[in-house]
Design a protein around this ligand. Structure first.
Ligand code: GAL
Length: 418
């Protein structure tokens, strides 16, 4: 009897192994997560896929916010050889889906109950003509100001709640011989700071009008001139080496106490975490002045390209399923600095910044303060975003007046819409 049971066990184990191997495939994954915190986060996905017997071929293309990665993706797709999965966001998901090259993920979505677990505002971005074609990974918040308390203390400066307080703190920090704002002069980083300032100066309705609806009158308005003025006033408080600097190097300046603050989404928290730093002790996350009631969101996601090989297909579907699994949502988002995108995840082991973010996400969803990020491809078409980026970077890096820049914004957006 015992012998028979043993045999049954051996045979079943073999059968399971065989099934597992028969469906074990490779996924080649394009992404731009190459900084310390980002790499730690994406490795969680790699580990989980490998635990299921699949192979991960890494296709990492460095460059914050993914512009380089998108260029690489297009050239691979044009040559008829796209990767199996790619990190793609916002309206670009719709553009790829319209080409008819994406895998329909409805079966995974149904089996895993995505329609119940993923907030509607996110699900809408992931679907094309009602079908799931992308998997959301996380929710990042953009309107953060990362602060080093030791630098503030050294300079006798206070954490700012208003723009007046912000510039008063900058003055003190600079007088103390330290860099007030750690900054990376790249178009996307400039736009990241600017959009938070637009929300802070103009409020949520103004943000919606200008950076979601791209309303030309609002773009050329006095309120926009004021927001642009504040944005430009930050420049003298950045250092000489800011132009071209990568975002994570600017975060390192705050981590090391060389700079006091950084405007950046909460992937910056991933860098603090990777460096072993703790919120409330080594660093603090403030909302950008005037934006306590706003949550500019940015959702990362993966699309999957249609593949024929059944093993590759199985690996793709496993990746889609794992991304929204509770274990992955916790492991990934703790490293990445973001919060889970699916419902039903406990607060532990997230840190205080993430827990505050989870609460604010829910509260702003009700109040109307939850708004898509323009800079991070959630809000407007790629053409309008490109037009805004051009004007903002030209304004920031020249002696253009704020009034001229506001008018140019409206003009460039009008043209981009045509
Ligand atoms: C964002 C992306 C984040 C982070 C950041 C810097 O666009 O959503 O996940 O990677 O770029 O690369």
């Amino acid at each position: 009897m015992l012998r028979n049971v043993k045999w049954i066990i051996v045979v079943s184990v073999l059968a399971i192994t065989f099934v597992a191997n028969a469906t074990a495939g490779e996924v080649e994954v394009l992404h731009w997560w190459t900084s310390g915190g980002e790499a730690a986060a994406v490795q969680e996905l790699q580990k989980m896929l490998q635990n299921e017997g699949h192979t991960w071929r890494d296709f990492a293309v460095a460059g914050g916010a993914g512009a380089n990665a998108m260029t690489a993706l297009k050239s691979r797709a044009v040559s008829g050889n796209p990767p199996t999965a790619a990190q793609v966001k916002g309206p670009q998901i719709q553009e790829w889906a319209a080409l008819g090259v994406l895998t329909n993920l409805d079966d995974v979505a149904q089996a895993e109950n995505w329609d119940k677990l993923v907030p509607g505002v996110v699900a809408d971005i992931m679907k094309y003509e009602g079908h799931w074609v992308a998997v959301p990974v996380n929710v990042h918040r953009i309107n953060w100001l990362w602060c080093n308390p030791a630098v503030f203390q050294k300079a006798g400066a206070q954490y700012p709640k208003t723009w007046d307080e912000f510039f008063a703190a900058c003055e003190k920090i600079q007088k103390a011989g330290l860099i007030p704002v750690g900054f990376g002069g790249q178009a996307w980083q400039e736009a990241t700071a600017w959009e938070s300032i637009v929300a802070g100066v103009g409020g949520t309705d103004f943000y919606k009008k200008t950076l979601i609806q791209a309303d030309e009158q609002a773009l050329a308005s006095d309120t926009m001139v004021k927001a642009l003025d504040i944005f430009k006033r930050i420049k003298p408080y950045t250092d000489r080496n800011a132009p071209g600097r990568d975002w994570n190097l600017a975060t390192t300046m705050v981590i090391k106490g060389e700079a006091a603050m950084q405007f950046m989404g909460d992937w910056a928290k991933g860098e603090f975490t990777a460096a072993g730093k703790l919120p409330g002790k080594d660093y603090d996350a403030l909302t950008v002045p005037g934006t306590a009631d706003a949550f500019l969101f940015n959702v990362d996601s993966f699309i999957m390209f249609e593949v024929k090989d059944p093993a590759a297909k199985a690996a793709q579907k496993a990746m889609a399923r794992l991304i929204l699994s509770p274990d992955f949502q916790v492991a990934f988002n703790v490293s990445k600095g973001s919060i889970p995108v699916r419902a039903g995840i406990a607060e532990t082991p997230f840190d205080a910044v993430a827990i505050a973010s989870m609460k604010d996400f829910e509260a702003t969803a009700k109040s109307g303060g939850l708004m898509p990020s323009m800079a991070h491809e959630m809000a407007v078409s790629p053409a309008v975003r490109g037009a805004m980026f051009d004007v903002i970077t030209n304004f920031y890096n020249s002696d253009m007046s704020a009034a001229d820049a506001a008018q140019k914004l409206a003009d460039a957006v009008r043209e981009a819409k045509m």
